[in-house]
Design a protein around this ligand. Structure first.
Ligand code: SAM
Length: 217
């Protein structure tokens, strides 16, 4: 067996120092965070910072979330392995990549073409062939592929978009930041036998969810 690379060592440290002590315990989430090469999803100039305990800028004025937030949102979906999951806000592609190591198929939507093109190249390079993506307004969901066992929204909106609630399977879970343009509550919505419940699991700061059922800018 070859010895671990500095990237592997940094990634393991990220899991041991940032995730486990903060309560990330789901084995599938931890394994995915140990596996996906986060440094490939950021610009080369930022690669050395990729495993730090913070978000990082990506192009087009957007961000790749802090590792802990990616893990927290992934864990909240309580995935077992066979699910179809919708992600809104592909960005760098990292969150979709993490989900793809756990579930059967990831559907991810991005509204900025340049980001989607770059993310697709990395999915191809890593041979993450169970990720499908499209350029669109994710607040209207992906009706042709619904229902989804899980929905994960990585941009903050003023409310939970109704089309996403409608496209969530029963049972199903959605994780989404909801609030103003500065601070949001990370809400976990659960659908079970037709009943919808929501609870806040963390306060977060995400970029704007822009679309018909989001912000206008
Ligand atoms: N999941 C990303 C990652 O792993 O790098 C982080 C995404 S970044 C915090 C939020 C992304 O949501 C941005 O790329 C932004 O362009 C996108 N976004 C905002 N509103 C959107 C919408 N209505 N539909 C699709 N993507 C949207």
């Amino acid at each position: 067996m070859s010895s671990p690379s500095p990237w592997d060592i940094n990634r393991e440290r990220m899991v041991e120092e940032q995730l486990i002590p903060r309560g990330i315990h789901d084995p599938k989430t931890l394994q995915a965070m140990r596996t996906v090469p986060r440094h490939l999803f950021v610009d080369d100039a930022m690669a050395a910072l990729a495993y730090g305990d913070h978000p990082l800028p990506i192009s087009s004025g957007q961000t790749i979330s802090q590792p802990y937030i990616v893990a927290l949102m992934t864990q909240a979906l309580q995935l077992k392995g066979g699910e179809r999951v919708l992600e809104i806000g592909t960005g760098s592609g990292y969150q979709a990549a993490v989900l793809s190591r756990i579930c059967e198929r990831v559907f991810t939507i991005e509204r900025i073409d340049a980001l989607l093109v770059r993310a697709r190249k990395i999915f191809d390079r890593l041979r993450y062939h169970n990720i499908v993506s499209r350029l669109d307004d994710g607040t209207i969901g992906w009706p042709d592929e619904a229902p989804f066992d899980g929905i994960l929204v990585t941009a903050g909106g003023p409310k939970i978009p109704q089309p996403l609630v409608d496209q969530l399977a029963d049972p199903g879970r959605m994780i989404i930041p909801v609030g103003d343009q500065y601070l949001q509550n990370l809400q976990l919505l659960e659908k079970n036998q037709g009943e919808i419940t929501t609870k806040t699991i963390e306060t977060v700061r995400f970029v704007n969810l822009i679309g018909v059922h989001g912000w206008t800018t």
